[in-house]
Ligand binder design. Structure first.
Ligand code: GRF
Length: 213
């Protein structure tokens, strides 16, 4: 069974969605460890409740990012993950880390990438008067939020939406989309290669597959 390490920094609702999908038998993976760069991340409690091993590695004491990344890699290797799932992990991973898990690091981002990489995506979508907002699951490369897109899902923006209501809608979408993408990967239906992302042997467009239409 595919062994996944989940990296978090905060609340961990996406982690919870993944754990729930595993628990209900919908997602055939083993979450072998949950790691955080913040000791007070609530997601650590969620993992402990589900009897999943956890560890925290804060950046304190590391002189530069590479040193942190290498220490993180070392800690993770003990659990022998096949892939890495970023679920609200608020650190950028460097080249060496990415190379070690090339084509095997996933992230979920609260916008329809390539629109709005980085933070404050709900505010940006509202300010731009977009009609739709959404979420993207993508591969992680050394450029922030810029790796190959696997899947997207969107919602309409209503005239009375605020950053808070949008965030709620986006979270609900994320909790459906992330387990589904990882399920396709675990079942070997989704393949990530140098020449693109393939779903059931078919190359996906640059915007990935649209789920839940
Ligand atoms: C999510 O919105 C995700 O898209 C972003 O960070 C947030 C994490 O939320 N990368 P949670 O900790 O899973 O609740």
């Amino acid at each position: 069974m595919l062994r996944a390490a989940v990296l978090i920094s905060g609340n961990g609702t996406n982690l919870q969605a993944l754990m729930d999908a595993v628990e209900s038998g919908k997602l055939p993976i083993k979450i072998c460890v949950v790691a955080s760069n913040k000791a007070d991340a609530y997601g650590l409690k969620r993992a402990k409740l589900a009897n999943i091993p956890t560890f925290t590695l804060t950046h304190q004491g590391f002189l530069h990012r590479e040193a942190y990344d290498m220490a993180l890699l070392q800690c993770l290797e003990r659990y022998q993950p096949d892939c890495i799932i970023l679920a609200g992990f608020m650190r950028i991973l460097g080249e060496q880390f990415i190379q070690r898990f090339q084509h095997r690091i996933f992230n979920i981002h609260p916008s329809l990438l390539p629109k709005y990489p980085g933070l404050h995506t709900h505010e940006k979508a509202l300010a731009a008067k977009d009609t739709h907002h959404g979420v993207t699951v993508h591969m992680v490369t050394k450029e922030l939020d810029a790796g190959a897109i696997i899947a997207q899902a969107d919602v309409a923006i209503e005239s009375d939406d605020t950053p808070v209501t949008l965030q709620q809608k986006i979270h609900a979408l994320e909790h459906r989309l992330y387990p589904e993408v990882i399920r396709l990967y675990a079942l070997n239906q989704l393949k990530i290669q140098d020449d693109g992302v393939f779903l059931n042997g078919k190359k996906l467009p640059v915007t990935g597959v649209k789920l839940f239409e």
